[in-house]
Design a protein around this ligand. Sequence first.
Ligand SMILES: [Zn+2]
Length: 135
Amino acid sequence: MAAARPRRVLRTQAERRAAEKAWRQANPGRYRELKRRWRVNNREQRRAEHRARKIRRRAAVIAHLMQKQAGRCVYCPTLLSAKTCHIDHRMPRALGGTNDLFNLQLTCIPCNLRKHAKHPDVFAQMVVNPVVCNT
Ligand SMILES: [Zn+2]
């Protein structure tokens, strides 16, 4: 049997959250089922929230890497902006690289397109005499 919800009116957001958390912990199976039903009935909202989260994460990753790389492409001296950079996987996903932050770097668009899915060491040899990319 499900635990009874508290009868008194919860006035603050913190009180409501604490009561909801207690209910979730007391009714894990029911909570899972309600959550599943909500996901099925709200696919568009879920997709919108997923997109929004992805955009916020991408912006945070770009801001972090931009600061780390002083706003420049890792392969050439091109100055980057959020709109003129690509997030590159140092070790390409095709070669087993991950999406972890330590595997990401910012490049200008021409450098990233030239690098494609090459191993970082192979591409580094190609960039012995880096060209300045005008993007
Ligand atoms: Zn570049």
